[in-house]
Write a protein that binds this ligand. Structure first.
Ligand SMILES: Nc1ncnc2c1ncn2[C@@H]1O[C@H](COP(=O)(O)OP(=O)(O)OP(=O)(O)O)[C@@H](O)[C@H]1O
Length: 431
């Protein structure tokens, strides 16, 4: 970080201040305060935000590209109707809630991008969020909803977001003309209701949903629903936004035409049949995948190698090609399988291997019930394995929101370019 600043600034003191300001901003975006760390005092003279809350400063500096501004000209009829309706709600005083309802590939993201560009080109603030970091990162200025709205990780009905009335988040949300929240079908209704409660409060309009803002939700209930640990089907459905009191306030904007289908119409229709529950299934509700999209299982011990060979053919000739690396992926349902597949894949890459080890120890464990050998075998969500093996050129995925404003958020895909003792040099390739 300091090296970047040093190029334009010979003074050590100024470089130090600029780095401290960056660290403060990153900590702020994670909901932390630099004052709780033993770091030198900050001199705000070097802060380019000049006292404007960081959230507003960043949002007002998002510049829409020419391509994004031009998107509105190529909307299809359904997208155009939704676009016009949402824009006219922004101009009204009482806002409105919208749910963009479309199966995968019907151009929901395309529509959000067109809306965000239009609103920002009028020098208004548009806040773009999604449930996952990956979906957030394909919208300009996108953030995960949890980090943007400070939604508590566990939340009951009637809860509130954890920003205060004096915070930068409050100023941002009060000023915003449009809020977009994608993948809301995957989020628990209590999280959306918490934002509703907080918005009614900060806007001082307790009788209007979201305090009279224009909020565009999007998602597809045919895809993934909220996670309810050990929840039954009924509990999962009950946790979804469709069961919220807010659902009835939403104007439903349907997108039906599949804009991705021209690449692979058969697959688009197949996914739609599964999502709509009309694909043939056996008595246990299981669907048989057609042979032409399967790598057959033989049980001879080489199945995983065959799968890797099929998805990543000629890996070593193509490993420098970022398009090749990022346009394919092997997904797995369990973390221990992900680790096994990763180990095999790393073995297939050319070049020297570097190993990073975690430091696992249990706090307050005087009888050593949790020895580090045991802790090292655990594969919890969101943490890398105890032994992380990497090679230059291999793809990696970020598991934390380190610097969302600069594209480093949970789900960003990168390619390893080099190694330091405690850090990895990597280049963002997607997200
Ligand atoms: N009006 C349009 N004109 C041209 N291309 C479009 C249009 N709308 C969408 N597309 C293209 O169709 C593809 C799918 O669109 P998009 O990603 O917005 O769909 P989505 O509904 O968000 O899909 P998913 O639910 O899978 O995320 C993209 O390549 C997008 O650029």
């Amino acid at each position: 970080m300091s090296e970047d600043y040093r190029r334009n600034n010979p003074s050590d003191a100024i470089v130090k201040q600029m780095v401290l300001i960056d660290i403060r901003n990153m900590l702020q975006s994670m909901g932390k305060d630099i004052k709780s760390f033993p770091l030198p005092e900050i001199d705000n003279t070097y802060d380019d935000a000049c006292g404007v809350p960081r959230e507003i400063f960043e949002e007002s500096n998002i510049e829409s590209t020419e391509d994004d501004v031009a998107l509105s000209e190529s909307l299809n009829n359904e997208q155009r109707a939704a676009y016009d309706e949402i824009l006219s709600s922004i101009d009204s005083n009482d806002g409105g809630l919208f749910f963009v309802d479309g199966p995968c590939g019907t151009g929901k993201t395309f529509l959000y991008r067109a809306l965000l560009a239009k609103v920002r080109s009028q020098n208004k603030i548009a806040v773009a969020t999604a449930m996952s970091g990956v979906a957030a990162s394909i919208m300009p200025g996108g953030r995960t909803a949890h980090s943007r709205f400070k939604i508590p990780l566990t939340i009951d009905s009637g809860g509130y977001c954890s920003f205060t009335k004096q915070s930068g988040t409050t100023t941002l949300l009060r000023t915003a003309s449009l809020i977009v929240w994608d993948e809301v079908s995957m989020i628990k209704k209590q999280a959306v209701e918490a934002l509703d409660n907080s918005m009614r409060n900060i806007m001082d309009r307790p009788d209007l949903p979201f305090g009279g803002k224009t909020v565009v939700f999007g998602g597809d209930f045919r895809q993934v629903l909220p996670v309810v640990k050990k929840g039954s089907r009924a509990q999962i459905v009950d946790a979804s936004l469709r069961r919220s009191y807010l659902w009835d306030y939403m104007r439903h904007l349907k997108l039906v035409r599949n804009m991705r289908a021209h690449n692979d119409p058969w697959f688009a229709e197949y996914l739609l049949r599964i999502g709509n529950g009309i694909e043939a299934a056996n008595a246990d509700g299981e669907i048989r995948l057609p042979d032409e999209i399967c790598v057959p299982y033989t049980g001879d011990g080489n199945d995983l190698d065959r799968l890797i060979q099929c998805i990543f053919p000629n890996l070593n000739e193509n490993m420098a090609d970022t398009d090749y690396i990022t346009s394919r992926a092997i997904l797995s349902t369990r973390n221990d399988w992900v680790d096994r597949i990763n180990m095999k894949m790393i073995g297939s890459f050319q070049g020297g291997e570097v190993e990073y080890h975690s430091f696992d120890s249990a706090v307050d464990d005087p009888h050593n019930y949790y020895p580090s050998e045991f802790l090292n075998t655990l594969t919890p969500n969101g943490l890398p394995p105890h032994v992380l093996k990497l090679k230059v050129g291999c793809p990696i995925i970020l598991l934390r929101n380190i610097d969302p404003a600069n594209g480093l958020c949970n789900g960003t895909r990168l390619v390893v370019r080099g190694f330091q003792r405690n850090t990895i040099d990597a280049e963002i390739v997607l997200g």
